[in-house]
Design a protein around this ligand. Sequence first.
Ligand code: DHK
Length: 140
Amino acid sequence: MAKILILNGPNLNLLGQREPHIYGADTLADVEAQARALDLADLTFQQSNHEGQLVDWIQAARGTQDGIIINPGAYSHTSVAILDALSAFEGPVVEVHISNIHKREAFRHHSYVSGRAEAVIAGLGIEGYFAALRWLAARL
Ligand code: DHK
């Protein structure tokens, strides 16, 4: 089974409570449980509100994980450090956004991570994580 890291950035710990009209009613624990229930990969599931922690986890994935699914949250739109860390990772990367960032404020339309990702999913709600997982597990 492929080893896949699912990484979540800032404020995604508040999923289910935070702006449910945008991000839905499911919690991050629900996302993890449903992802694990698919039984498609050996999953590591992590969330941090801190950019450096996310960079450290991406670096630690080098040579230990086969692929990464990342929702960088607001760091999508600001973080060259996360882009650089992902560029140092050898395997495929899928970027997930719960909301359709292109339908929202202009500052959300650009993501640094998209230039590195094999695929970008936006607007499918939490289904985006599972679509990413199915695609990545099949590819790996
Ligand atoms: C999540 C966030 O926290 C925002 O900062 C992004 C993304 C969009 C999402 O849709 O999952 O702009």
